[in-house]
Design a protein around this ligand. Sequence first.
Ligand code: GLY
Length: 359
Amino acid sequence: MNVFETVTVGGADSYDIVVGRKLLAQVAKSLRDNVRQVLIIHPISLTNSADLLAESLREAGYIALQAGVEDGEPAKRIEVAAWCWGIMGQADFTRSDAIIGFGGGSTTDLAGFVASTWLRGVQLVQVPTTLLGMVDAAIGGKTGVNTAEGKNLVGTFYAPSAVICDLDTLETLPRNEILAGFGEIVKYGFIADEKILELIESDLEAATDTSSDAFAELIRRSIAIKARVVTNDFKEASEREILNYGHTLGHAVELLERYQWRHGAAVSVGMMFVAELARLSGLLSDEVVDRHRAILTSIGLPTTYEAAKWDQLLGAMQRDKKSRAGTLRFVVLEGIGKPRILSAPTPELLFAAYQEICE
Ligand code: GLY
């Protein structure tokens, strides 16, 4: 076991995020003393790794059950949650048993939802196995399932009791997926930590190599920002909104692309859009906007989108659950590390910013 750092999320339900390598044994250590049995919710594609985790938990004295679910968004359905509840009911799962979410962001969202609803809440340990899961989805207690009307429309805020980020699990991920995960890492750089941008700019190869020290530092810095923000504002009443930098247009792009684009790629286009929006509003310099384009392009993330899609994008943004009473709100920058909200920009300004990112 090789722990690089433990980051604490504060607040009423404080918990630790452990970052390191070879952390399988850490999962059993994070369970409360009275836990008797655990249900590992994992994608079927990770069955072999989930089997190893279950074995290590059995060796530590726990009864370990497994629920293999579909990969990605298809797992985030109420029917899948109900199937997990069924497994727990059959096993007489009590309040002192625990759920482990082992997988990417969709799996940890589902596992969090199941844990928060069974007997009004059982212990939850999140073990993200993707870059996006580690730096975003598994931290901060947002859980949810999708409905026919949209993503994450049903869910809870429910803090895990621990998050275990084992960087070794990333080594078998396709490079494309790692690079897409950098959409969120770049986001943290622009909203809160310029050092993240410098690490990427100074040596892209090292920064994107999951076995490098630079990569580990980027993960640690990203997690530290997310932990700080959700400590201050667990239920997204104010500061947590800054984590949505690039996400308003990004979510609309994901919807138009029928969720076939990777999240980080859609957020990349969304960040470019809000950078242009801030520039045209007189808030952000040309230099910082160009820096967005240069960094995102160097990683291979998209910075443009289709000119003809504006009306559809605008409609999708207006329907987004994060717009308030139909008023569009965007997180924009006044400089690196200086996010703020821009509320109700005029249609002309929005269209002008979009034209700057059209293919
Ligand atoms: N993914 C944004 C948040 O957790 O608030």
